[in-house]
Ligand binder design. Structure first.
Ligand SMILES: Nc1ncnc2c1ncn2[C@@H]1O[C@H](COP(=O)(O)OP(=O)(O)OP(=O)(O)O)[C@@H](O)[C@H]1O
Ligand SMILES: [Mg+2]
Length: 436
């Protein structure tokens, strides 16, 4: 590759001067007109057929650019050139080409890397910028040793063309990468549209739910007055019927409150009240609070702590509700009395809690789904109590607000183990969630 570079660059002569072929109209060969720093960025005009996909060719050897331009134009692509790292990046972000063909070795300009690896650095930056990240990058180089190939892959490169490249190979590679990009772009667009629709649906749901709350609260108040005999004595049948109606209205109100709370968590509008928490003490407190329910459900619970689990910062009341949801699930989604194991241990990145049961288990295809709103395992065994599919969505939001992660491991017929990994110091939106 370096061997092909002409130190004194007389190359323009053949291309620009003669004006022959597509390269004649390309600004690149002089190495000046593609550089925005020269104030000539306006001349970075795509050339070639009218409507073809746009390909950026970055190479500091005009003859190489000329050859590629000729071949790409013949294949129906438009082209734009750059002759160093800085102008390649500028062209990529300004023109958002459909594909970049980069020479590995070219002047780096201000990129702060070795000239012999400018292409890698340009590629790394293209892939780092969300606006250009999906543009496929092909390296044209004499990359014949494995280290260079590894570097190219690590930089995010999508393919290689080895010099001297074959025209047919160029065509085939470019075509397949462009096809892939078109498919990825279409996918991205439908994800964006879906997200928009989801937002509209959520906003609408929130509005409806909120508007339901006020009339429902007054229905409940009226039913209470009726039950208290404020409108006259009720027969026992009337009392029973009104009490049932009140219980259903209360279920509905709880559902509304759950939905509103989840909406707040999704908008990160629910502030965390952080306090230091001793993990074993927390589990002991939770089990103690559930003792009566365990008795009623003939369930048993054990606490298993390695003793070295560190004190961590978290919102205790939200976290207790997370455990409450997991315990409630173990009790309600199992047809038999369950044995629960609550465990905690230290992890390099924080504290790992486990809530395991020997219930029916969760089919693998549901193990991610159930953490989304309203998702439930479709089984013939209906849960014994009201169940709306919101509990685990709440748990996930709370855990993620703390910068942690929640997941389940389960084997059908053997039980489920829910794991919660929390950092010792909560990380909020500005930090990425930790991985297990
Ligand atoms: N321990 C468990 N064992 C078996 N299935 C479970 C368990 N925990 C959750 N599930 C399944 O995951 C689904 C989702 O649980 P989630 O807590 O989100 O909602 P829910 O319990 O149905 O309703 P809600 O918690 O809102 O009252 C449940 O409906 C159930 O099918
Ligand atoms: Mg639940």
């Amino acid at each position: 590759m370096d061997g092909e570079r002409r130190p004194d660059r007389p190359a323009v002569a053949g291309a620009g001067a003669a004006g022959a072929g597509p390269i004649g109209s390309v600004a690149a060969p002089t190495g000046t007109t593609t550089r925005p720093a020269d104030g000539a960025s306006g001349s970075m005009t795509p050339t070639g057929p009218r409507d073809g996909p746009l390909i950026l060719v970055a190479d500091d050897v005009p003859a190489n650019v000329e050859l590629l331009f000729d071949q790409l134009h013949a294949l129906g692509y438009r082209t734009i050139a750059a002759d160093d790292g800085v102008s390649a990046l500028a062209a990529a972000s300004r023109h958002l080409p459909d594909l970049c063909i980069l020479d590995v070795s070219m002047p780096s300009g201000d990129l702060g890397c070795d000239d012999r690896s400018t292409g890698f650095e340009v590629c790394r930056r293209i892939k780092r910028d969300p606006r250009t990240a999906r543009i496929p990058v092909v390296f044209v180089t004499a990359l014949n040793d494995a280290t260079d190939r590894v570097k190219a892959i690590e930089a995010g490169g999508d393919d290689f063309l080895t010099k001297p490249h074959n025209r047919l190979v160029l065509g085939a590679r470019v075509r397949s990468l462009l096809k892939l990009k078109t498919a990825t772009d279409a996918l991205e667009e439908s994800v964006r549209k879906l997200r928009e629709l989801e937002k509209v649906r959520d906003d609408l749901l929130k509005m409806i739910v909120h508007d339901l709350k006020t009339p429902l609260t007054s229905v409940l108040a009226t039913l209470e007055l009726l039950l208290d005999g404020d409108f006259g004595a009720l027969s026992s049948t009337q009392h029973q019927v009104v009490a049932d109606a009140e219980a259903k209205a209360e279920d509905l109100l709880r559902l509304i409150e759950d939905l509103l709370e989840i909406a707040k968590l999704e908008e990160t509008a629910l502030p965390l009240v952080l306090i230091p928490i001793a993990p074993i003490a927390l589990l002991t407190e939770v089990v103690h609070e559930w003792a009566v329910r365990f008795q009623q459900a003939a369930a048993t619970a054990t606490i298993d702590g390695a003793g070295d689990a560190p004190i961590f910062q978290a919102d205790k009341s939200l976290l207790k509700r997370v455990f409450g949801n997991l315990i409630q699930n173990a009790l309600t989604h199992s047809p038999n009395a369950v044995t629960l194991r609550l465990a905690v241990r230290r992890e390099p990145v924080g504290v790992l809690f486990t809530v395991a049961d020997n219930g029916p288990g969760i089919p693998s295809e549901y193990q991610e789904l159930i953490f989304r709103k309203f998702e439930q395992v479709r089984t013939l065994n209906a849960p014994r109590v009201r169940s709306s599919g919101l509990g685990l969505a709440f748990c996930r939001l709370v855990v993620e607000r703390h910068g942690g992660r929640i997941w389940v491991k389960s084997t059908e017929g053997e039980g489920s183990a829910f794991h919660i990994l929390l950092p010792t110091q909560p990380r909020t939106a500005e930090y990425p969630a930790i991985s297990p």
